[in-house]
Write a protein that binds this ligand. Sequence first.
Ligand code: 5GP
Length: 171
Amino acid sequence: MLISREQIAYRVAALGADITRDLAGQSVIFVGVLKGAAIFLSDLSRQVRLEATFDFIGVASYGNRPSPAQEPGEVRLTKDVDQSMRDKNIILVEDILDTGLTLTYLKGLLLAHQPKSFRIATLLDKPSRRKKPIQADYVGFHIPDEFVVGYGLDYAERYRNLPDICVVPRE
Ligand code: 5GP
């Protein structure tokens, strides 16, 4: 186990308070990246005291999905958002920021909607793996270069429902 459910709950509450303060008096659209961010979005949004709506966006990597032994490929859209984001406050919610390819692609896509503001919330950040110069506005935890599962994160679609974040051995 790398991060316990208690540590996650504590950080998610702190991030929710930060978002509530930063967007005080305004409304927000949480845009979750399927499927890994679903649990984080559900917990984070309930810690935010603002008028809020949800949307979801889907991506896949060309070639193999990232796994303990694989590098991510190019990103492609599998599900677009359902509504226009023009003049709205958007928070793009992701499970993990790794090379940055996914969020760089999604940021470009969502900025084309001309939102009022655009922020990124990621539960996990592996800064040592970055290939694109992108940063999140809200980060739960910085973690070392390990492949992790749980709290929404999968290995071959399994382990998303683990309440804690755990490391998968690479071999
Ligand atoms: P990036 O495009 O930043 O390299 O990767 C982001 C995506 O790669 C995440 O949304 C996630 O699907 C996947 N990913 C990267 N690192 C991990 C990891 O340690 N565990 C899991 N389960 N997925 C990861």
